[in-house]
Design a protein around this ligand. Sequence first.
Ligand SMILES: NC(=O)c1ccc[n+]([C@@H]2O[C@H](COP(=O)([O-])OP(=O)(O)OC[C@H]3O[C@@H](n4cnc5c(N)ncnc54)[C@H](OP(=O)(O)O)[C@@H]3O)[C@@H](O)[C@H]2O)c1
Length: 343
Amino acid sequence: MGRVTMSSSSACGDEEEEEQQQLVCVTGAGGFIGSWVVKELLQRGYLVRGTARNPEHGKNAHLLALDGAKERLTLCRADVLDSASLRAAFVGCHGVFHVASPVSNDPELVPVAVEGTRNVITAAADEGVRRVVFTSSYGAVHMDPNRSPDAVLDETCWSDYDFCKRSDNLYCCAKMMAEITATEVAAARGLQLAVVVPCITLGPMLQQTLNVSTHHILRYVMGTKRSIPNAVAAYVDIRDVARAHVLAYERPAARGRYLCIGTVLHRAQLVAMLRDLFPKYPVTAKCEDDGKPMVKPYRFSNQRLRDLGLEFTPLRESLYETVVCLQQKGHLPVIKQKQRACL
Ligand SMILES: NC(=O)c1ccc[n+]([C@@H]2O[C@H](COP(=O)([O-])OP(=O)(O)OC[C@H]3O[C@@H](n4cnc5c(N)ncnc54)[C@H](OP(=O)(O)O)[C@@H]3O)[C@@H](O)[C@H]2O)c1
């Protein structure tokens, strides 16, 4: 890790000891991805400032229990709609990881994602931050009904905004607009920007509360989701996503988008894997489109992240650990069964 000298002290506390260590800020530190980015940064020796709208809330307590947190993590109150709070959080930071965003199709939350991102990039530039890593989503990349089935999904692809809007995928609209805003504002302000583009992210949660992608798996193992769509989706492990953020930050030449996809498969294959790993849970096999031809998985490229040194975790491992974590955190009753030890 590069070392820099910090001259200013933090608005969020006395940070004399920041000297000689690199200070970075993670927005949305208490969320699923934010928590793992914080953990990865602490493991690599950074001084980390994490933002949350309510840092004292119990849902952020897991952060303070991370290895190295006592010595090198501070939590700071900031809302992405409040520029002054962001500037205070970024004082003295070399880098910012902008992870915070509503993960929702609620039309009222679209401006939070977009204006929030504009505020974050602007505040980072105002405070002299050098590099920003922005967390986009493959919702900004893959939602294009006119993409040829033979096309390889890569960093050049963008979702079709009008299609997303028509089909009520407002989260995808928000992430597209947020990513474009981040790119434009960073370019205008001379800020180095790398964009990590994760797909459906699975694996163990550090936080206690459920996030959207983990809830997606919970509904299948609980049996509350009674059928699967005739659809394919892309998946990646949370630890790979966290590593991708830090790799994109640490490579000085890393710029632009990094598609973070480990596997693309049909939902039927996903639920089959779940049934195989956890045969006692009532995981559905019924497809909504029974009788119609199954949608085929598309090809994708994660070469840019591989070139940075990222190795992807097999989906089977991520799925297994997602379910075990749901059991351990009390979201899923443990059914006594011979769970497959062999992944
Ligand atoms: N999980 C996935 O499958 C996935 C896939 C692709 C991309 N992503 C992206 O990854 C990021 C994190 O998602 P996640 O899955 O980790 O979701 P999450 O667990 O729900 O975390 C979302 C975070 O955003 C913060 N946030 C929401 N509104 C905010 C606001 N107005 N001001 C400040 N912070 C705000 C929340 O902080 P508070 O504690 O203050 O509520 C929370 O920490 C998002 O940008 C999402 O689009 C996620």
